[in-house]
Design a protein around this ligand. Structure first.
Ligand SMILES: [Zn+2]
Length: 102
């Protein structure tokens, strides 16, 4: 029984994070540069975004990862780009009539 792989995921994530950070690429969500010196929890901090969220069955491999600002990643939440566009479409024409007078 393999017992040496317990910390594999964390190590892999650190390696992927370092690999992305090395090239200092811009944010994949908004296209703006990322300041890689910003402290932890700063809205502009570099975070690793999953192109297809893990919660949606995306992989934890490097090819499913891209750089993003913490704030951009937060706004994206667990939606894919296609789902965000769909959600925006649905939100548009939707009207709630709440002015009942009785
Ligand atoms: Zn961004």
């Amino acid at each position: 029984m393999p017992g040496s792989t317990a910390h594999r995921n964390t190590t892999t994530r650190d390696r992927h994070r370092a690999a992305i950070r090395r090239g200092k690429p811009p944010c994949a969500l908004c296209g703006e540069d990322i300041d890689y010196t910003l402290p932890h929890l700063d809205p502009g901090q570099f975070v690793v975004d999953h192109i297809i969220p893990l919660a949606r069955g995306g992989s934890d491999e490097l090819d499913n990862k891209q750089p993003a600002h913490r704030e951009c990643n937060r706004l994206k939440s667990d939606k894919t780009d296609a789902e965000m566009a769909k959600a925006a479409q649905q939100a548009g024409p939707r009207v709630f009539v709440t002015d009942r007078t009785w």
